[in-house]
Design a protein around this ligand. Structure first.
Ligand code: PMP
Length: 374
C-alpha cells in the first residue's frame, strides 16, 4: 500500500499557506521596513573580528547573558526581565507557547503584524479582533471589551503599528494594560523611529501583565542577524526560558548583537533622522492623495501606508513602480512604502508622482488593506 506523505500532515498545518517573501531584484527596495543605511564602519570591522575569534566548536550561552546585559543597559531595564531570541519573531512564538493553550482567545487589532494571529493559531488559540479607526489607530475601548471577554488570555499589538504606522500614546496604552486583566504584548519593533515618549518599555514587568517586544532588525539595521527580545516580569521570562530550545540564539548573533548595542547612540540618532524623513515623505504623499485616490496615514515609524479607495489602483501603481525598478509592499488595497535613503525617497516620489499624474488610477471604490508579515 502506498501512502502519500501529505497524509501525515495534520489538517491544522496542511491548510496553512507557505510564506512567500517579497524578492524583487530591483535597485530601489522599499518593501520590507529595513534600515536603508549600512552599519557604522567601525561596527562592521568589529563584526569581522568577532567572526574570526569565536569558538565555533562550543555551544553558545543558552541565556545570551552578555547580549541581554548590554540590551538591558542601553534600554534601562533589568536584565532578569529580558529574554533573547532569534528575532522578535521567535520570541513572539515562545511567548505564545508559554501563554496560550487550546481554545484560549487572543485579541489583536488588524491590520497589524500578522504573526500574532499565526503563532496564536499554532498554539491552538482562537483569534478575536478589534477594529481600528480610519487613521489606523486602535480603538482601545473595543479592545478592552475583548480583553475582558471570556477566555481571553493575551492581547497583542504593535506600536508603532506595522502596517498602518499609527502610534498609540503612552497613557492610552498604560490605562489599557492596567485594566486588561490578561497579558498584553506591546511590540515596539519600530519604537526608535517614533521616540521614547510613545514607549511603555520602562513599565514592562513593573506592570505584571505588560510584555514589550524589541528587535535589532529595524533601527539597528541587523535583520540578517536575527536578534530580538521580550521584556517582562521575571515570572513570564522564566516561563519563556522553560519553553525555548536551549541554544536558540547562535554564538555569532549573540556577540555581534552585543557589539552593535555599543553603537546605540549613533543608531538612535540615525533612527530619528529616518523617522523625520518618513514624515516628510508622508507630507508629499498626502498632498497628492486627492488626485491619487488614496488616503495617506501619518507615520510614527519608518514607512508610510497609502490606503487606496480602489484596490485595483493599488495593484496598478505597485506593478508600475516595479516596472520602474522600485519595490513597495502591496497589502490588499494598500501600499506600504518603507522610508529609504534620501536618494531612494526622491527617486520613489518622482516616479510615483509621474504615475499618479499620468492617470494610472481610475475607477473609485472601497478597498481594505491586509496585515503585514514583515
Ligand atoms: N514585529 C513587527 C511589528 C514587525 O514588523 C516585525 C518584522 N517586520 C517583527 C516583529 C519581527 O522582526 P524580527 O523577527 O526581525 O525581530
Amino acid at each position: 500500500m502506498t501512502v502519500s506523505s501529505a497524509a501525515f500532515i495534520p489538517e491544522k498545518i496542511a491548510k496553512l499557506k507557505e510564506y512567500v517573501p517579497v524578492e524583487a531584484d530591483v535597485p530601489v527596495k522599499l518593501d520590507s521596513n529595513e534600515n536603508p543605511y549600512p552599519m557604522p564602519e567601525p561596527l562592521r570591522a568589529r563584526l569581522c573580528e568577532i567572526a574570526g575569534t569565536l569558538e565555533y566548536n562550543r555551544y553558545p550561552d543558552p541565556y545570551a547573558r552578555e547580549l541581554v546585559g548590554k540590551f538591558a543597559k542601553v534600554y534601562g531595564v533589568k536584565p532578569e526581565r529580558v529574554v533573547a531570541g532569534c528575532g522578535s519573531d521567535e520570541v513572539l512564538h515562545l511567548l505564545c507557547q508559554a501563554l496560550i493553550y487550546d481554545g484560549a482567545a487572543v485579541a489583536t487589532a488588524p491590520p497589524d503584524f500578522s504573526m500574532y494571529a499565526f503563532y496564536a493559531y499554532l498554539e491552538g488559540g482562537r483569534v478575536i479582533t478589534s477594529s481600528r479607526g480610519a487613521d489606523g489607530r486602535i480603538d482601545f475601548c473595543e479592545l478592552a471589551r475583548l480583553a475582558k471577554s471570556d477566555g481571553c488570555r493575551c492581547v497583542m499589538f504593535s506600536n508603532p503599528c506595522n502596517p498602518t504606522g499609527a502610534v498609540a500614546t503612552r497613557d492610552e496604552m498604560l490605562d489599557f494594560v492596567r485594566n486588561a486583566g490578561c497579558p498584553v504584548v506591546v511590540d515596539e519593533a519600530y519604537g526608535e523611529f517614533s521616540g521614547r515618549e510613545y514607549s511603555v518599555l520602562d513599565m514592562a514587568g513593573e506592570l505584571p501583565n505588560l510584555i514589550v517586544l524589541k528587535t535589532l532588525s529595524k533601527a539597528f539595521g541587523l535583520a540578517g542577524l536575527r536578534v530580538g527580545f521580550a521584556v517582562a516580569h521575571e515570572d513570564i521570562v522564566r516561563a519563556v526560558k522553560k519553553v525555548k530550545s536551549p541554544y536558540n540564539l547562535n554564538a555569532f548573533s549573540q556577540a555581534a548583537g552585543a557589539a552593535a548595542l555599543e553603537y546605540a547612540g549613533e543608531i538612535f540618532a540615525l533612527a530619528e533622522k529616518i523617522g523625520k524623513a518618513a514624515k516628510e515623505l508622508y507630507k508629499k504623499l498626502h498632498a497628492l492623495s486627492l488626485q491619487g485616490g488614496y488616503e495617506a496615514i501619518e507615520p510614527g515609524a519608518n514607512f508610510v501606508l497609502l490606503k487606496f479607495f480602489d484596490a485595483a489602483d493599488a495593484e496598478r501603481v505597485h506593478a508600475e513602480l516595479l516596472r520602474r525598478g522600485i519595490s513597495v509592499r502591496l497589502l490588499g488595497g494598500a501600499l506600504r512604502i518603507t522610508c529609504g535613503t534620501d536618494a531612494e525617497n526622491e527617486k520613489f516620489y518622482a516616479e510615483f508622482e509621474r504615475i499618479i499624474k499620468g492617470g494610472i488610477t481610475n475607477e473609485r471604490g472601497k478597498a481594505g488593506e491586509g496585515d503585514a508579515r514583515d
